[in-house]
Design a protein around this ligand. Structure first.
Ligand code: IMP
Length: 184
């Protein structure tokens, strides 16, 4: 039983993703020439994007992981954003790149940037796979992103839906059939 049976349509296919992520890696490589940035993966949704992005950056870099909770398995944010797992290192005097799957309302990254800026990094920027600009409620500086998408709930390429957190393994970015949301 393939998870694709729950998919209404593919919004962004894997080849388009590959090209954009690779181009973003090249851009970061040239913007951070002679630097050793710290790339922070926001789990779990960014894991697949993160794995591809860091391999397309040709720089000495380090990686860290953070877990933030906000969606609690549904399609709508709760706005009660909580830190579940913090970084394991100091970011003082480091160039930090936060790698996020989607910037939606902006509340998650707004809180995250504020938290990290208190720790005196040299700089903090966001690299997002997807930007839902039309949904923004708080202003956040999204320095890098791969795609601007319409107001659709998407899954795949690391992003999930539901209590069981399914669909992260789909190589494409997809929109689910309406009945899948309705059954949750
Ligand atoms: P924000 O705080 O509203 O910007 O929410 C950002 C977070 O919500 C992302 O990191 C995702 O985890 C989640 N999110 C927002 N839109 C989607 C979606 O379409 N699919 C899956 N997760 C989403």
């Amino acid at each position: 039983m393939s998870p694709y049976q729950d998919i209404e349509y593919v919004l962004i296919d894997k080849e388009s993703i590959r090209q954009k992520v690779s181009a973003l890696g090249q851009r970061i490589t040239s913007d951070y020439e002679n630097e050793k940035p710290l790339l922070v993966c926001i789990l779990k949704g960014s894991a697949v994007f993160f794995a591809d992005l860091i391999r397309s950056i040709d720089l000495p870099l380090s990686v860290e992981f953070m877990t933030y909770s906000n969606y609690q398995g549904g399609t709508r944010p709760t706005h009660s954003i909580g830190l579940v797992q913090d970084l394991n290192c100091s970011i003082e005097n480091r160039h930090v790149i936060i790698v996020e799957d989607i910037v939606d309302t902006g509340h998650t990254l707004n809180a995250l940037i504020k938290l990290l800026e208190l720790r005196n990094p040299k700089s903090v920027v966001i690299a997002a796979l997807l930007n839902k600009t039309s949904r923004r409620e708080v202003k956040v500086p999204v320095t890098y992103y791969c795609f601007d998408i319409p107001n659709e709930f998407v899954v795949g390429y690391g992003m999930d839906f539901g209590k069981e957190e399914l669909y992260r393994n789909l190589p494409d970015i997809c929109v689910l059939k309406k009945e899948v949301y309705a059954n949750e």
